[in-house]
Design a protein around this ligand. Structure first.
Ligand code: ADP
Ligand code: MG
Length: 351
């Protein structure tokens, strides 16, 4: 991804919510009209972002860290990190925050010839403004690979030795007004080999250099807590860690949090299920939905999106347990569900 694609992603308007049809209205549609209306609903559902209490905490904390880093003196700043298991929704939550910040921080900037926001890093210099930079780190990236990705983002050449690309990458970030550099899939950085120290030193170098112009480094990745990065006292001393975890349903606090998520999903989906009644997700199906998804937001959202479309297609207009059973989820979810079933069977046979 480069700054142009990123700009388009950040500024693309959200799809409007489709009309809320009654059961009679769906039933009256011609078959072409039905296919079309289902398509419109599907596209909207597939693009839905579900804000949760946990994603709000991440966004609030990122705001605090970025603001504090912007207001404290130059030099190394706090490094934000968002960690947790795969497919929990880390990238989605941070990306949402990053896109909102990009829009907020470019709102008053004039637009240049290629439609990108512009600013003057120095009185006589015009440059594109890109206050939030998003990198999807490539597997096995080391110092030069890391720098190349920053330079590629700004469509700049990454020639020369590693230290030259480091200087060029920092200059590019400063010139384009970066206030936050988000590195997604940070665990792909190659730190667990004999040259790993050099890579970690580079992370510190980038953070210090970003600090010179009051910008923040934000790391997103899996299992960052067990990464060799955590053996570096300087990094650990600067880290402001956040962790995402799947929803549980053991304690009453966990059940309450899960119901809050279900309530949010009801708010989006029930208006499009004309025969569904309030409480369908929060009470009737809360357990079965958890069992199928083990509290993963992305899986729960996908399960209910597909079930909603199936319920409209088969004319039920509400979601039943069978709709949930029919959805094919990720291998992770299937394996975990089979394990829940196995444990339940073995508990029953012991009882
Ligand atoms: N808050 C959310 N709302 C809607 N879909 C989500 C949300 N969080 C995650 N997802 C979906 O779940 C899947 C995994 O999310 P992702 O952010 O890639 O996980 P991670 O970065 O933790 O591996 C993606 O398909 C994503 O669209
Ligand atoms: Mg991710």
């Amino acid at each position: 991804m480069d700054s142009h694609t990123w700009h388009l992603a950040c500024t693309r308007p959200e799809l409007p919510e489709p009309p809320r049809h009654t059961a009679a209205c769906w039933a009256r549609m011609t078959s072409d009209g039905h296919v079309q209306a289902i398509g419109v609903l599907r596209r909207w559902l597939n693009a839905l972002y579900i804000e949760t209490a946990e994603t709000r905490v991440v966004a609030d904390r990122l705001n605090e860290i970025v603001d504090e880093n912007a207001e404290t003196g130059p030099g190394a700043k706090g490094i934000a990190s968002v960690a947790g298991a795969n497919t929990l929704g880390k990238s989605t939550a941070v990306r949402r925050w990053a896109m909102q910040k990009y829009v907020e921080w470019t709102a008053d900037s004039p637009t240049g010839p290629d439609e990108l926001p512009t600013w003057n890093p120095q009185p006589t210099i015009d440059a594109d403004l890109c206050p939030v930079v998003w990198l999807n780190l490539q597997s096995g990236a080391m110092v030069k690979g890391f720098n190349s990705q920053v330079l590629d983002f700004f469509r700049l050449p990454a020639s020369g030795a590693a230290h030259q690309t480091s200087t060029a990458a920092v200059r590019a970030l400063a010139r384009h007004g970066a206030r936050a550099l988000v590195i997604d899939d940070f665990h792909l950085l190659r730190t667990n080999w004999k040259g790993g120290r050099e890579v970690l030193d580079h992370v510190k170098y980038m953070n210090t250099e970003l600090g010179e112009f009051n910008a923040s480094l934000i790391l997103v990745g899996t299992d960052l807590r067990t990464s060799p990065m955590m053996s570096d006292a300087q990094i650990v001393g600067r880290l402001q860690p956040m962790d995402l975890a799947p929803y549980g349903i053991e304690t009453s606090a966990e059940q309450h949090a899960w119901q809050q998520l279900m309530y949010r999903l009801e708010g989006h989906l029930l208006p499009h299920l004309p025969r569904a009644s309030e409480g369908l997700f929060t009470s009737q199906l809360a357990g079965p939905i958890w069992k199928r998804t083990q509290g993963y937001v992305g899986d729960a959202t996908r399960l209910l999106r597909i079930a909603t479309l199936a319920a409209i297609t088969d004319g039920t207009y509400t979601i039943c347990a069978d709709h949930l059973k029919d959805v094919r989820l990720s291998d992770r979810a299937h394996t975990a569900e089979a394990e829940i079933d196995r444990r339940r069977r073995s508990r029953r046979s012991r009882a």
